[in-house]
Design a protein. Structure first.
Length: 281
DNA sequence: CATGTTTCCTGACAGC
DNA sequence: TGCTGTCAGGAAACAT
């Protein structure tokens, strides 16, 4: 499931392959769920555009285009949801099932959005002024704060009044953007904090430890190409390796890698939550 | 406003 | 073998 490290890996991979290419043609499936913007409007706005850069903002993938004085500035935004894939393929490769969007590029290659479960989204963002950070497309949530850039002080103030569990707060994208279920569990383990603790009751020291753990775990995961837990692959179809470094996620009943105690599972905010009852307090 | 719960989807898997 | 039921979860929509 794509969280910040997986989305970053995909965005960088797509960028490396198609930056500078031009959109010649577009195709979209008839499934309404993945479309934040009607397909006809997306096709009209994007045909002929030159792709300047592809980058990650939060869990969103943002496509920036070369300025065109005759046309309104736009961005194309893709969210991978649970099972979404964005892959660049050479001409002639058969389209797999659950393909919902295809950009046919000038080079002949295709950028495809494939998503079995249809939790992913594609949409157009009309911009008046080019904005570097914000994703304000109606229907797409604002970016919250980038966890890799937030300072210790800002991190503390994000959570210190929240009367909910720290796990739920970490998953709240209007606070921190990009942390999902895997990295919330892994960061809480590394910080030695139980997921059910109320955010507002954490000490400054604990919040500082969590700040460090979130950044460390995300950086390490980016370095390893993300976690391939279900079917995640990057833009070249390669799996990541961070799943080999998981201490708790999906390890219910298995021995804690630090103390040997069986890992426990509970449900918080509707998500499976994994922790060590000895290492985390 | 803040927080909790339900819903959308299909593939994988367990159990019979 | 093939069916049924359960589970996985990001985030919008809805409820409290």
């Amino acid at each position: 499931m794509p969280e910040l490290p997986e989305v970053e890996t995909v965005a960088n991979g797509v960028n490396a392959r198609i930056a500078g290419d031009r959109i010649e043609d577009l195709w979209f499936s008839s499934k309404p769920e993945p479309m934040k913007t009607p397909p006809a409007a997306m096709a009209k706005a994007l045909t002929g555009r030159s792709i300047e850069r592809v980058r990650r903002v939060g869990k969103h993938i943002v496509f920036d285009f070369a300025p065109d004085p005759k046309r309104e500035p736009v961005q194309w935004i893709v969210h991978l949801g649970m099972t979404g894939r964005l892959v660049v393929v050479d001409p002639g490769v058969p389209r797999p099932p659950h393909t919902h969007g295809v950009l046919v590029l000038h080079s002949g290659r295709e950028l495809r959005f494939v998503d079995a479960r249809r939790f992913g989204r594609m949409g157009l963002h009309l911009i008046e002024k080019a904005k570097d950070e914000a994703v304000e497309l109606p229907g797409f949530r604002g970016p919250g704060t980038e966890p890799l850039r937030i300072s210790k002080v800002d991190f503390r103030s994000l959570f210190h009044k929240r009367r909910t569990s720290i796990k739920a707060a970490l998953l709240n994208q209007s606070l921190l953007h990009g942390v999902g279920n895997i990295y919330a569990d892994e960061a809480l383990f590394r910080a030695g904090i139980r997921p059910r603790r109320m955010a507002a009751r954490l000490s400054t020291r604990e919040l500082d430890r969590l700040h460090g753990a979130v950044q460390k775990v995300l950086r390490e995961a980016i370095r390893l190409g993300g976690s391939s837990v279900s079917d995640y692959v990057d833009a070249a179809g390669e799996r990541g390796f961070f799943q080999l470094r998981h201490f708790v996620y999906m390890r219910t009943g298995q021995a804690c890698l630090v103390c040997g105690t069986p890992i426990r599972r509970l449900v918080i905010a509707g998500r499976g939550t994994h922790y060590c009852p000895i290492c985390q307090h």
